[in-house]
Design a protein around this ligand. Structure first.
Ligand code: EPS
Length: 387
């Protein structure tokens, strides 16, 4: 399965084309829209989310509610486009109109300056329109489709915010996907520790008032993943490596870890490795410090992967920058933004992980239709159980 996304933040549409989805999958568009709404939520979002109500339109690859095996085209319309028609016009406009909303003072930490240097854009809007996290809308739409394939294979996935602006949630080691779903649906910040909810919201309010922004850590957990996905035989076949790349491909993400992650550096091996056990249902681990991976392969335990998101670079109280016309020091430009998007980013992380897992599954079990895929996965599960 492969896919591409396209679209500018204030252009008419966001688009994705997905190829390689097996035929015969019953696809719920309603479920995709629910995930898009989750991405739009979270305490600390800015004005744009009040304008948009992201809904997907599918124009190919589905007939009578089922996938055909042909490329699937998904579109989300930007409602804000009507306010940007001249600024974002595809056809030429007057010289005066060209400079409407021109950006010349790059924001530190954003793609603005390097993107301008690299593509020789002297209006940095040409960079920020595509580098905007609005693109993650389509990654969620694709992931929402991927999650429906995972569900058909009884694989469950969920996400939550582990740290927001330095406030750490109390996360039980053996937290299940069901518990994450139950707790986060009633949390405005996608946290499983409801005790700290008010403290986190107060911090977001204070940060917004100060014209600043907050980052955090998001966690994704996946259950009932077949053992043996990915491989140790070649560097680019390691599935934890592919998931790490997917996580770091999310806007503003700077790091990734599995299981106990970076903590492993400070512990002796005896406290890091997970002891092996066996019962009638197959092999298990007595703990899950390694987050479901050994040798770049899934070991059948819960996948636990975390990503760190830096604070959003657009600051209402901007840092110093340089005007690219005069080279004089100036305060960076201010674009409408969010005080924090960590709760939304946890939803994005869940979806990019789902997509990457489905790509791996389809590489491991090539299938033209869902029946073939389900049979292949069931055979593999039986084979590893009987080992
Ligand atoms: C976003 C849409 C954007 C921003 C945000 C995320 O909309 P606008 O620029 O019109 O306000 O709210 O993007 C950024 C902060 C960024 O730096 O990219 C969205 O749909 O998630």
């Amino acid at each position: 399965m492969r896919y591409l996304t396209a679209g500018e933040s204030h252009g008419p549409n966001l688009t994705a084309i997905i190829e390689g989805v097996p035929a015969g999958l019953t696809l719920s568009i309603e479920a995709i829209n629910q995930e898009l709404a989750r991405r739009q939520g979270g305490y600390g979002r800015g004005g744009r989310m009040k304008i948009e109500k992201d809904q997907v339109t599918i124009t190919s690859g589905i007939r009578h509610g089922k996938t055909l095996g042909s490329p699937i085209t998904m579109t989300v319309t930007n409602k804000d486009w009507k306010n940007w028609q001249t600024v974002m016009s595809v056809t030429p406009v007057s010289e005066k109109e060209e400079n409407l909303r021109r950006v010349a003072k790059p924001r530190p930490g954003h793609a603005d300056l390097v993107g301008g240097m690299k593509y020789q854009h002297h209006d940095l809007r040409n960079v920020l329109e595509r580098s905007s996290a609005r693109e993650t809308t389509m990654r969620v739409a694709i992931g929402a489709l991927a999650k429906q394939i995972l569900a058909a294979l009884d694989i469950e996935i969920a996400s939550h915010v582990a740290i927001l602006g330095g406030i750490k949630a109390n996360v039980p080691e053996n937290l299940t996907v069901t518990e994450i779903k139950e707790k986060t649906t009633i949390s405005e910040v996608n946290m499983v520790d409801l005790m700290i909810e008010e403290e986190v919201k107060a911090l977001i309010d204070a940060t917004k008032k100060a014209g600043d922004t907050l980052g955090g850590v998001v966690e994704v957990r996946v259950e009932n993943v077949p053992a043996g996905l990915g491989s140790y035989v070649q560097w680019d076949k390691k599935l934890d490596g592919k998931l790490a790349q997917a996580m770091l491909s999310i806007n503003a993400f700077k790091g990734v870890e599995f299981g106990i992650g970076f903590e492993a550096a400070s512990l002796p091996g005896s406290q890091v490795m997970d002891e092996i056990t066996w019962d009638e249902s197959g092999y298990h681990r007595a703990s899950n410090h390694l987050g479901g991976f050994e040798g770049g392969m899934t070991n059948g335990e819960q996948i636990i992967v975390r990503g760190v998101m830096k604070p959003i670079p657009t600051l209402y109280k901007p840092l110093m920058s340089v005007n690219i016309d005069t080279k004089e020091p100036y305060k960076a430009s201010v674009e409408r933004s969010d005080s924090t998007a960590v709760p939304a980013a946890s939803v994005v992380a869940e979806h990019v992980i789902a997509t990457t897992l489905v790509r791996e599954i389809l590489e491991h079990f090539p299938a033209d239709n869902m029946q073939e895929l389900k049979k292949a996965v069931a055979n593999h599960r039986q084979m590893t159980k009987e080992f």
